[in-house]
Design a protein around this ligand. Structure first.
Ligand code: SF4
Ligand code: SF4
Length: 363
């Protein structure tokens, strides 16, 4: 058996995950300062809204992407969200569900909690199979509901009206208050998810994240896959033991799974040269691990950078408009009930009114 050189891409992956998590924390701090400015009624110094916060609005970003596909128009309410979503989608086409294991801060946290669980229980505890399969379908049910609501219930104009509605304009601020003023119930639910993620590695990602489900489906179309050469495999099962997604890597010739996050853990641990690799299945060529890492990061930077350079990054909402919307934020409800959805479809020409409650008189 020819041993291979020990080079672990995991160190690079950890650096990228940490850098992205720090970037998200920085965006969070900037957004906090922006909300503080709004909360002071404009009295405290103006702090601009960081466009990167759009990345935390996946539904709005998807709707923006969908509208672009249908009409060629980029919504200017959360334009950065459109480019972040497009970047994630392209990364998934090229390198599978890699956003989850290379960038996503929730995926990173989930991984750290899983490591903590392994430290406590001395192994990764696997959900019993009879529960694993039905639970894995939950994220697809959530995804199916979201896709159905946007693609089949709403007309193009209704999607546009939603994107331009006051609710969508302030959805990031509402999300901020969801966490800043968290209710007891939400805190209990989040704490339970934390605990479950310690016990069962990747609980949130594996069972509940509809975004991950969507990327998992997209990743099946990727031509870069983990390939095993059965003739040189010594059946040591190290790849399967290292796989955080519980994929039986040692049993397959090609990993085709919606759960594979392209973390390359399995490739790192395989002790035999040229036996487990990332390969382009069309070109039948090995993809070097460093090239894969550069590809994942490069696509993301190129697409989001394109948005920044072409002026589709900052939204077109002035601070005066934000200050005005902030006064009524409590009244801006989600247009989820059938009546409002019908209004959106029927009155989509008169944007905003259909989803905006009667405005209070300004004091
Ligand atoms: S199969 Fe390999 S690349 Fe895919 S999730 Fe498992 S360890 Fe990561
Ligand atoms: S790590 Fe997996 S692919 Fe590599 S030799 Fe062992 S069983 Fe075979």
């Amino acid at each position: 058996m020819e041993k291979k050189k020990k080079f672990k891409i995991q160190n690079y992956r950890f650096v990228i995950q940490t850098a992205f998590a720090l970037l998200c924390i920085w965006i969070g701090i900037e957004f906090y300062l922006f909300v503080r400015f709004l909360d002071s009624g404009g009295a405290s110094g103006f702090f601009p809204r960081p466009p990167g916060v759009d990345g935390f609005l996946p539904i709005s970003s998807f709707m923006s992407f969908y509208l672009f596909l249908k009409t060629g128009e980029i919504s200017m309410i959360h334009p950065a969200g459109f480019f972040i979503f497009t970047a994630i989608l392209l990364v998934s086409f090229a390198f599978g569900k890699s956003f989850c294991s290379w960038f996503c801060p929730v995926g990173f946290l989930s991984e750290l909690l899983g490591d903590l669980g392994k430290l406590i229980f001395r192994k990764n505890i696997r959900m019993p199979k009879f529960l694993d399969y039905p639970l894995r379908s939950l994220k697809y049910l959530l995804l199916g509901f979201l896709l159905y609501s946007v693609m089949f219930v709403m007309s193009d104009m209704a999607v546009k009206s939603f994107l331009e509605s006051p609710y969508n304009i302030v959805s990031d601020i509402k999300m901020y208050y969801f966490f800043a003023d968290i209710s007891r119930f939400s805190l209990i639910v989040i704490s339970i998810l934390f605990l479950l993620s310690i016990v069962f590695r990747g609980f949130w990602c594996r069972y509940l994240c509809p975004y991950g489900g969507f990327l998992g489906i997209m990743s099946l179309l990727s031509t870069n896959k983990i390939k095993r050469t059965a003739s040189s495999c010594i059946d040591c099962k190290l790849c399967t033991k290292a796989c955080p997604s519980f994929i039986q890597v040692h049993k397959v010739n090609t990993v085709i799974s919606d759960e594979c996050t392209s973390c390359l853990n399995c490739v790192d641990v395989c002790p035999v040269k040229d036996t487990l690799e990332l390969k382009n299945v069309v070109l039948k060529k090995r993809v070097n691990k460093k090239i894969a890492a550069a590809g994942v990061v490069g696509i993301f930077i190129l697409v989001t950078g394109f948005g920044m350079l072409t002026g589709y990054w900052q939204n077109n909402i002035s601070k005066e408009e934000y200050l005005n919307h902030y006064k009524y934020i409590e009244e801006y409800g989600h247009p989820t009930d059938t009546k409002k959805m019908r209004e959106l479809n029927e009155e989509s020409g008169s944007k905003n009114e259909s989803v905006t409650p009667e405005r209070k008189k300004s004091n």
